[in-house]
Structures are given as C-alpha cells and as structure tokens.
Write a protein that binds this ligand. Structure first.
Ligand SMILES: Nc1ncnc2c1ncn2[C@@H]1O[C@H](COP(=O)(O)OP(=O)(O)OP(=O)(O)O)[C@@H](O)[C@H]1O
Ligand SMILES: [Mg+2]
Length: 265
C-alpha cells in the first residue's frame, strides 16, 4: 500500500492571548493519499483555516505532527501551494507580474517564465487582462489570478481556503468546474476548505466534517457520486441532507457558545 501523501497525526492547536485560551484544534488525525480531493467542511470558527495553515507550515500545531511524503512540515515549502481565504495578490503588480512572481523568485529563465504565464492566463481566461492591476478586476477574476499564481508554482499539493467564498453563484460554479478540470488534468492533491455543503459535495472525493470549537473530526466520508455531479440528483440531495444535519448541530453549538459568552460579559 502506498504511504499517505499528507499525514496529520494527533494535531492540537491552542491559541493563547492575554485574557483567554482558545482550543482551536483537538486531536485531529487524517491521512490523505496522492491525488485525493478532500474538502474540510464546518461552521465558522471550527478551525478549518487553522488546520490548513498548519499543513501549509505557516503556523505549527501546539502538539502532534504533520508529514508530507514522510517528512515533517516545519515551514512553507514549494510542494504546498496555498490559495488564501482573502485573495492575497500584490496590489502593486499587474496580473502577469503576480503570476510570474513565484517563478522569478525561483530564478527561472525569462522565456520559461513567459511561456508558463501565457499558458496559465489562457487556461484561466485572463489573457486579455494581463496588464491590469488587482483593483481593476472583479472578485472572480482576482480569484482566478490567485489560482494561476499557485498553479505557476506547479506544487503537487494545493491548499485552498474558501477560495470561492466571496463569489456569485454562477462565477463560483464556473471556477469549481475549472478547478475540477485542472485537478483531473494535472493530478494534484487538493485540500479545500469550505462551509458550503453543496460545494463540498460538488467537488470532493472525500468530505471531512469538523466540529465547532475545539475543532475535531465529526465525520469522514467518501463521496461516491460519479462526476460531473448534478446538484439536483437524488443521491446529491440525500448526502446534502445528511451533511446538513451534521453541520447544523455544530452551528447550534456555536450559537449556544456565543449566548453563553454574551451572558458572561
Ligand atoms: N491567531 C489567532 N489568535 C487567537 N485565536 C485565533 C487565531 N486564529 C484563529 N483563532 C481562533 O481559533 C478558532 C478557529 O479559527 P479559524 O480561523 O481556524 O476558523 P475557520 O473554521 O477557518 O472559520 P471561518 O469559516 O470563519 O474562516 C476561532 O475561534 C478563532 O477565533
Ligand atoms: Mg477560515
């Protein structure tokens, strides 16, 4: 059997600040094989970004280990590309410079950088906008630039934190389809965070539902519906209902927690 590509072993994360301690993740263990498209699903505040940041190497866990291909993650690395919850583009750079940036840092020859940037801008329908700055783009276009920038690095692992959260429904569906095409064509391993149940079912091989604080794994299931998936199909709806119930329980816990905190103030 092939060793797991990403191995998350008994990870805990505690945030300590002046007045309080937040247990964000508790005893998370997850093995992700090569090429799997995994969605982390859960309500706001359940630790999805915290877990993704730990896998990316931006914020190490308080205890436990994260391994990629058997090596412990200690810092960000070129084999893990991240698309952030807020589009992290450089506002002072044009679209093409944003996409080229990582390649230039690597010291690749200009001709190679140019060819890669051309290919990706075309793939993501950004060719006509290459000289624009992020402020002159729509949310969907900015998000496509962020995806192009990660694809430019050609990382085998893509970590995506609610990348389509701020988009209208049609743009979101188009980008989901583009991402599925890229994933299938380039054989990436994707760890994708969302709080949309429908998005998780539409995209994922596997859905990991997290509990509200502290984030633990509530359910880990494989989506066995063939692609391209039809959100109106009975199997899609049955899974949506099942996951809806799980997420709603956690949202209720979130709500109760907020009421309790308000009462303490
Ligand atoms: N740097 C930090 N310092 C203190 N607490 C933090 C920090 N980062 C996150 N937290 C807390 O940890 C918990 C998990 O946060 P996280 O951002 O991972 O949630 P999330 O699931 O990504 O939520 P959302 O869906 O809103 O993005 C929250 O209660 C949050 O307030
Ligand atoms: Mg988040």
């Amino acid at each position: 059997m092939q060793a797991p590509h990403i191995s998350i072993e008994r990870v805990n994360k505690v945030f300590e600040s002046d007045c309080r301690t937040v247990a964000a993740l508790q005893d998370i263990s997850l093995d992700i094989p090569h090429g799997q498209f995994t969605c982390l699903l859960g309500p706001s505040g359940c630790g999805k970004s915290t877990l993704l940041n730990a896998v990316a190497g931006f914020a190490p866990p308080s205890s436990g280990a994260i391994m990629v291909d058997g090596r412990p993650v200690a810092a960000p690395g070129p084999e893990r590309g991240m698309v952030f919850q807020e589009y992290a583009l450089f506002p002072w750079m044009t679209v093409e410079k944003n996409v080229a940036f990582g390649l230039e840092i690597k010291g690749l020859p200009a001709a190679q950088v140019g060819a890669t940037v051309d290919r990706l801008l075309k793939m993501l329908s950004l060719g006509d906008f290459r000289q624009r700055y992020p402020k002159d783009l729509s949310g969907g276009m900015r998000q496509r630039v962020a995806i192009a920038r990660v694809l430019a690095l050609d990382s085998p692992i893509m970590l995506m934190d609610e990348p389509f959260g701020a988009l209208d429904a049609l743009t979101r569906r188009n980008l989901q389809d583009e991402l599925l095409r890229i994933w299938a064509g380039l054989e990436k391993t994707i760890l994708f965070v969302t709080h949309s149940i429908e998005e998780a079912i539409y995209l994922a091989d596997r859905i990991v539902v997290m509990t509200y604080r502290p984030g633990t794994i509530k359910r880990d299931l494989l989506v066995e519906i063939p692609r391209m998936r039809d959100p109106a199909a009975p199997a899609f709806n049955a899974l949506k209902r099942e996951l809806g119930m799980l997420v709603m329980e956690e949202q209720q816990r979130h709500h109760n927690d907020e009421l309790r905190m308000a009462a303490l103030d």
